[in-house]
Design a protein around this ligand. Structure first.
Ligand code: C2E
Ligand code: MG
Ligand code: MG
Ligand code: MG
Length: 282
C-alpha cells in the first residue's frame, strides 16, 4: 500500500463516496416506490393580483413524505430524478394530481383560479401537448385554468421544435410562464422567440430589495420591459412589506411569496380564496 491510500483522509473520502452512491440508489429506488404508494403530495402557493388584492392563482409544489426521512424537499430529489429520467413520471404525476385537485375544487363550488404546474427541463417533449390535453379532458378542466411554469434551460433545445410544442400548448388555451426569469443565459432572446405569457422574476433579484440598488434596478427594469412587450409579470419570493411596497410602486401587478402565504395544503388554500389581502397590506 502506498502512503496515500493508507491516509485516513482518503479512506474517509472513499467511504463517503460509497455512502453517496448508496444514498443515490436509496433515493432513486425510493422515488419509484413513492410514485406507486403515493408518498408524493402537492402544496399550493397563492399568486396575488395587486389590483383586486385577491388570489388569482396557485402554484403546485411537490413534496415527498418519506417513510424514514420525513419530508424531503424537491430541491433534494428533482435533480436526481432529472438525471435518472424518473422526472418524466414525476412530472406526469404532478400534472395529473393538480388537474385532479382542480376538479375536486370545482366540484366543491370553489371559485375558479389558475393552477400552475412546474415542468422539469427534461420534460419538453413533443408528447407534452397531447398529455396536457389528455389530463384536462380526463378531469374536465377548462384549459384557461392551467398554466405551465418552464425554465429557460428548457428552451435551449432545438428552437424550431420547442416553438412548435409551445404553440401547440398555447393553442390549447394553456398559458406558459417563464420561471426563474433572469437567471439563465439568454433571458432576453427567449422573450423574442417564444410564446410566453408571463415572466416570473427570480427570487434572487427580489431578495435584496429595497436595500440593494442593483436588485431594485433589475426588478424594475424587468417589470417595465415585460409590460412594453405585453407580457404579464410576477415577482416570486416576496417576503417583506418593503419588497411588496417597492414592487407595487414600480408597477408589478402580481406577486407570490411568504409575505402573502407559504405553500399550503389544498384544504388550507381554499381559505385564502376568500381573503382580501388589502386588510393585511394597509
Ligand atoms: P420554483 O418553481 O421557482 O418555486 C419557488 C420556490 O420558492 C418553492 O420552493 C417555494 O416554496 C419557494 N418560495 C416561495 N415563496 C418564497 C419566499 O417568499 N421565500 C423563500 N425563501 N422561498 C419561497 P420549493 O417548493 O422547495 O421548490 C423548489 C423548486 O423545485 C421549484 O422552484 C421548482 O423548480 C422545483 N419544483 C417544485 N415542485 C416541482 C414539481 O412539481 N415539478 C418539478 N419538475 N419541479 C418542481
Ligand atoms: Mg415555479
Ligand atoms: Mg420560480
Ligand atoms: Mg425559483
Amino acid at each position: 500500500r502506498d502512503a496515500e491510500s493508507a491516509n485516513g483522509g482518503y479512506v474517509f473520502y472513499d467511504s463517503e463516496m460509497d455512502k453517496n452512491i448508496a444514498g443515490r440508489l436509496y433515493l432513486e429506488s425510493g422515488m419509484q416506490r413513492a410514485l406507486q404508494v403515493q408518498e408524493f403530495y402537492l402544496l399550493y402557493q397563492a399568486k396575488i393580483d395587486l389590483h383586486s388584492a385577491q388570489v388569482i392563482g396557485a402554484e403546485a409544489l411537490i413534496r415527498w413524505q418519506h417513510p424514514e426521512k420525513g419530508m424531503i424537499s424537491p430541491v433534494d430529489f428533482i435533480p436526481l430524478a432529472e438525471e435518472t429520467g424518473l422526472i418524466l413520471q414525476i412530472d406526469a404525476w404532478v400534472l395529473e394530481a393538480a388537474c385532479g385537485q382542480a376538479r375536486i375544487w370545482q366540484d366543491a363550488g370553489v371559485r375558479p383560479f389558475r393552477i400552475a404546474v412546474n415542468l422539469s427541463a427534461k420534460e419538453f417533449a413533443f408528447t407534452l401537448p397531447g398529455r396536457v390535453r389528455q389530463a384536462l379532458l380526463r378531469h374536465q378542466i377548462a384549459s384557461e385554468w392551467l398554466e405551465l411554469e418552464i425554465t429557460e434551460s428548457m428552451l435551449m433545445q432545438n428552437t424550431d421544435s420547442v416553438v412548435a410544442i409551445m404553440d401547440e400548448i398555447t393553442a390549447l388555451g394553456v398559458s406558459l410562464s417563464l420561471d426563474d426569469f433572469g437567471t439563465g443565459y439568454s433571458s432576453l432572446s427567449c422573450l423574442k422567440r417564444f410564446p410566453i405569457d408571463t415572466l416570473k422574476i427570480d427570487r434572487s433579484f427580489i431578495q435584496g430589495i429595497p436595500a440593494d440598488p442593483d436588485d431594485c434596478a433589475i426588478a424594475s427594469a424587468i417589470i417595465s420591459m415585460a409590460k412594453q412587450l405585453k407580457h404579464k409579470v410576477i415577482a416570486e419570493g416576496v417576503e417583506t412589506r418593503a419588497q411588496f411596497e417597492f414592487l407595487k410602486t414600480v408597477g408589478c401587478d402580481e406577486m407570490q411569496g411568504y409575505f402573502f402565504s407559504r405553500p399550503v395544503s389544498a384544504e388550507d388554500f381554499v381559505q385564502l380564496l376568500d381573503k382580501n389581502f388589502c386588510f393585511k397590506l394597509d
